[in-house]
Design a protein around this ligand. Structure first.
Ligand code: HEC
Ligand code: HEC
Length: 365
């Protein structure tokens, strides 16, 4: 056979194989996720991501040099910390549980009450939070940069600016760019549901998926679309968690006036949830629907870390939640059998992405 004939015959096969192979590689981290949109005013670059990563792990951006973003968002725990309430400088605890940062790039609002609208806006808040990193102002952040020639050089290169033009906004942008690389799809569920590989879920997990979508009503809020699943609808609901902390004050708040005038302690203030952003009475105790991806790695659960296991979560929903008059209509007793409860937990365990995407290569060493 002449070489030209060989090429003519084999080239299509070769191209097809290359295509399949590249699809396979592409599918690696992102199977089951929507397309990622990057803000036009903060494009990704390898250098910027590396800078953001260094900032994320740097404890110098805290009052006593003990806390970095990674203290509470630990790569090996799917960027959570395994404790009910986050622990900041001097061992101070906040009132909330640290959420995963995996796939935060796809969220529309940030924090459990959605008070920030972009990763860029969010990034400096923990550094300036009294109980978290504990720095007092933007200047203290810039002081750390001022004493580090590598950061100074990197910032100038990445943003094409002079040393005088370095701003905290650049730091926020770099951290956000790093966070946008924390993408994790391609779980056994994705391979089963989106790639059609029926062998990837056990019979129990497959039954659990059905309970999740039908009898359990879970996908009402933890959404699964036809071509992707973030397991959140980006909305806010009162599902009853933590609401009893408001028992003493709820009547007064409902009667009107600003909640700030009712002398709430900081714990109660935190339980107001979405109300803190909108000041709409109907939003009291509403929290953002969190993703359930990698949920097996992120215990304890809920905004206050009050449920320790997925079994407890399922029991909570099965009983119709902690009833209060603000609870969402989609939370009601489910009458699940013990088999259905087990299946639901097994299903949630199938949402764990492969290790190499949960901990991106860049962070492994
Ligand atoms: C002391 C522990 C702690 C530290 C340190 C910390 N976080 Fe967090 N993080 C939390 C907690 C707790 C929340 C949820 C708070 C809330 O929603 O009110 C959160 C929420 C977030 C969110 C929102 C996620 C979502 O689902 O809406 C992002 C993004 C985030 N943190 C990034 C960072 C970055 C970047 C840093 C470092 C600059 C950082 N965090 C440092 C504990 C921490
Ligand atoms: C009405 C909307 C809604 C429905 C229905 C719903 N959830 Fe949720 N889910 C939420 C919200 C909102 C939160 C966060 C509540 C909080 O932090 O206090 C949440 C939290 C969770 C968490 C904890 C996530 C974390 O990271 O801490 C799990 C697990 C969970 N839900 C599973 C389920 C399962 C299983 C079902 C079905 C039996 C279900 N949900 C039904 C809205 C809903």
């Amino acid at each position: 056979m002449r070489f030209a004939d060989f090429l003519r015959i084999h080239m299509p096969v070769f191209i097809l194989l290359t295509l399949l192979f590249s699809l396979q590689v592409f599918a690696d981290n992102t199977l089951g996720l929507p397309e990622l949109s990057i803000p036009a005013n903060n494009p990704q670059s390898q250098q910027k991501i590396a800078l953001g990563q260094a900032l994320f792990f740097d404890t110098r951006f805290s009052k006593d040099n003990s806390i970095s973003c990674a203290s509470c968002h630990q790569p090996h725990k799917a960027y959570t910390d395994g404790v009910a309430h986050a622990i900041g400088i001097n061992g101070q605890t906040g009132s909330r549980n640290s959420p995963t940062l995996l796939n935060a790039a796809f969220l529309q609002t940030f924090f459990v009450d959605g008070r920030e609208n972009s990763l860029e806006q969010q990034a400096l808040k923990p550094i300036l939070n009294r109980r978290e990193h504990g720095l007092e102002n933007a200047q203290q952040i810039l002081d750390v940069i001022e004493h580090d020639d590598t950061y100074k050089k990197q910032l100038q290169q990445v943003f094409a600016i002079t040393e005088q033009d370095i701003r905290v906004e650049h730091i926020a942008q770099a951290i956000a760019s790093f966070e946008r690389t924390l993408i994790a799809g391609n779980s056994p569920f994705d391979q089963y549901y989106f790639a059609g590989d029926r062998s990837k879920l056990s019979a129990s997990a497959a039954r659990g998926l059905r309970v999740f979508r039908r009898k359990g009503n879970c996908s009402n809020c933890h959404e699964i679309s036809w071509n992707n699943a973030l397991f959140t609808d980006h909305r806010f609901y009162n599902i009853g968690i933590g609401f009893k902390r408001l028992a003493d004050v709820i009547d007064r708040i409902e009667k009107g006036g600003n909640a700030d005038q009712h002398g709430l302690n900081s714990e109660q203030q935190a339980e107001l949830g979405r109300y803190n952003v909108t000041r709409v009475i109907a939003d009291i105790g509403k929290f953002k629907t969190p993703t359930l991806r990698n949920i097996a790695l992120t215990a304890p659960y809920m905004h206050d870390g009050s449920l320790e296991t997925l079994e407890q979560v399922v029991d909570y929903y099965n009983e119709g939640g902690d009833h209060n008059r603000f609870i969402d209509a989609a939370i009601f007793p489910l009458q699940l059998s013990s088999q259905e409860k087990t299946d639901l937990v097994t299903f949630m365990q199938s949402l764990t992405s492969p290790q190499r995407s949960v901990i991106p290569e860049a962070v492994q060493n």
